[in-house]
Design a protein around this ligand. Structure first.
Ligand code: FNR
Length: 180
């Protein structure tokens, strides 16, 4: 039997109808049985990063984020791009982790998905810079920019583009292997 792997899945979009959240759920549905996913649900509830309030375990939702990251064997992030950058809510969450270090050596897969032809490349590049600064292990073959997301994912959240589906399966395999 293959080793059970826990992945913390984070969508960088708070939007109810988010294509990135739908994509994240579609990826989870594609994953092999030994990969268990926990969807991080508190991104919109985190206080603004302020080192002054980062004492002891930090404010309660921060302790929860740090604990979930610590327990996870790996992380999957799916994010949109806003204003040529990483969405503020996601960057805020990452800022809380810089000093506590839970991303250190953590295998991390990164996807940016956008309706634009650029695939959210600026958010993608910026996110990788931040994660590398925190010594996350960016999984080789575990990163993707997905342009024209509306042509590849149905409104019901089904991956309709076979090539994208294949690439996502490879990404999952790479993440699984990195977590062993
Ligand atoms: C966007 N969008 C966008 N897209 C992009 O590729 N680069 C960008 O810089 C921006 N900037 C931006 C700013 C604002 C204020 C909005 C509302 C939107 C478009 C964005 O990618 C699109 O709305 C996605 O659908 C958002 O992702 P989710 O919520 O569907 O996951």
């Amino acid at each position: 039997m293959r080793k059970l792997i826990n992945i913390l899945a984070i969508s960088g979009s708070l939007r109810q109808n988010s294509s990135n959240t739908k994509l994240m759920n579609a990826i989870i549905a594609l994953a092999p049985e030994n990969m268990e996913f926990t969807i991080y649900g508190d991104l919109g509830n985190l206080p603004h990063f302020n080192p002054d309030i980062d004492v002891d375990d930090g404010p309660p939702p921060i302790g929860g984020l740090r604990a979930q990251l610590k327990e996870a064997n790996g992380v999957l992030i799916c994010t949109p791009e806003y204003g040529n950058g990483v969405p503020g809510v996601l960057k805020n969450a990452l800022d809380w982790i810089v000093s506590s270090g839970e991303f250190m050596n953590k295998p991390t897969a990164v996807i940016s998905a956008s309706p634009s032809p650029m695939g959210g490349d600026k958010a993608y590049d910026s996110l990788l810079l931040t994660l590398k600064m925190m010594n996350a292990v960016i999984v080789e073959s575990g990163t993707m920019m997905i342009p024209h997301i509306g042509l590849k994912l149905t409104t019901e959240g089904v991956i309709s583009d076979p090539e994208t589906k294949e690439e996502l399966l490879s990404l999952l395999k790479a993440l699984e292997q990195a977590c062993h």
